[in-house]
Design a protein around this ligand. Structure first.
Ligand SMILES: *Cc1c(COP(=O)(O)O)cnc(C)c1O
Length: 386
């Protein structure tokens, strides 16, 4: 995959959007830890105030735009800020937006509780079913918001098909690409209008800062920036810098996350306490063929179902030492959580059931530790269930 001009993805991850400081020659990206900028005669001034723009934020924006193959990008304080301002930029008051049921729990709550208060009509749908996509488009949704793989179930949405159907209705598709990152999946190439990220996850990679990114056509990104200036979700220069630094090793980390996740998925598949494993890289995944076409790798996220439900899920997590029970994902450390009571508890039970979030479902973000140690920890905790 090629990123910037003739340069490859990894080269762009390291160098994209950066240049040595013209004043000092500093090779590493400087952290412009300032709220305001002294104004001279230059009109309009390049920088005014960090809520409107800052050189360290700008490096992150240029880098992610190049990696996603978009015209421009906007860095934000968190993934939620990126999702909010991208929808504010795309959807007018009184218009309809379709939101996938199988998304990050915070996105679900935003769609259910806040967007309607801003005057948007939200239609929830299951993007894995063609008839549901056609239903919400037929009802007049102008924008569809979705994630693939779905969260937390790791099913796939066929991006070419959904973007094609949306295009026939003059609708636009926004894809949250947090789980795959542009290293493994580039939705803009498959017809999406906008890509959003929680940069808190794999882009940062080290679990030490919050951030978000919106990528798309320049006018749209500039409209999202106006919305960000008004709603206040600017990223701190230091967090932008941490994420820039994280992205430099994104390809290396994703390959290790992916290799480890496949080994963990194979181990879990053969374990008697585990009813079902969902990992797009397993040939047993019902959409493995689509995964091979749509993604360049399978990533570090997997879901599995325990025979014993919630009680057993908690007992298992208590038995783990290396793998930590925590929400979030994309960290170098392995993390595990129980979606029905944690990330996805804001969904009513019947909606959880509809998208396959049972009481025994676990979501795991496989880290970059030694695979043997991760598997050893899981083996011990599952063994202790008796
Ligand atoms: C974490 C997450 C978000 C929200 O991002 P924050 O940085 O926590 O605001 C959105 N989408 C997905 C897929 C996520 O995993």
């Amino acid at each position: 995959m090629r990123g910037e001009g003739k340069k490859g993805f990894s080269t762009t991850a390291v160098h994209g959007g950066e240049e040595p400081c013209p004043v000092t020659g500093a090779h590493a990206v400087p952290i412009y830890q300032t709220s305001t900028f002294v104004l001279g005669r230059e009109l309009p001034p390049r920088y005014v105030y960090t809520r409107h723009g800052n050189p360290t934020q700008e490096v992150l924006e240029k880098k992610v735009a190049l990696l996603e193959g978009g015209e421009a990008a906007l860095a934000t304080a968190s993934g939620m800020a990126a999702i909010l301002v991208s929808l504010l930029a795309l959807v007018e008051k009184g218009r309809k937006v379709g939101c996938s049921l199988a998304v990050y729990g915070g996105t679900y709550a935003l769609a259910r509780n806040l967007l309607p208060r801003l005057g948007m009509e939200v239609l929830m749908f299951d993007p894995r079913r063609r008839e549901e996509v056609e239903r919400v488009l037929g009802m007049g949704a102008e924008v569809l918001f979705l994630e693939t793989p779905t969260n937390p179930t790791l099913d796939l949405v066929d991006l070419r098909e959904v973007c094609g159907l949306a295009g026939e209705h003059g609708a636009k598709v926004v894809v949250d690409n947090t789980l795959m990152t542009p290293y493994y999946q580039r939705p803009l190439e498959l017809g999406a209008e906008v890509v959003v990220h929680s940069a808190t996850k794999y882009l940062c990679g080290h679990g030490d800062s919050l951030g978000g990114v919106v990528v798309g056509r320049r006018e749209l990104v500039e409209e999202a920036r106006r919305m960000l200036v008004l709603t206040g979700g600017a990223i701190s220069p230091f967090n932008a810098w941490l994420i820039v630094r994280g992205i430099k090793t994104l390809p290396l980390r994703m390959e290790r996350h992916s290799r480890n996740a496949l080994r963990v998925a194979e181990f879990l598949s053969s374990h008697p306490r585990v009813k079902r494993v969902s990992y797009p890289g397993l040939p047993s995944h019902p959409q493995h063929g689509l995964a091979r076409r749509q993604m360049r790798g399978f990533g570090g996220m997997l879901a599995f179902e325990l025979e014993g439900g919630m009680e057993e899920a908690y007992r298992m997590m208590e038995g783990l030492e290396l793998v930590k029970c925590a929400v979030s994902l994309g960290d170098v450390s392995s993390l595990i959580e129980h979606p029905a009571s944690m990330t996805h508890r804001s969904l009513p039970e019947e909606e959880r059931e509809r998208i396959g979030i049972g009481e025994g479902l676990m979501r795991m973000s496989v880290g970059v530790e030694d695979a043997e140690d991760i598997i050893g920890d899981l083996e011990k905790a599952l063994g202790a269930l008796g």
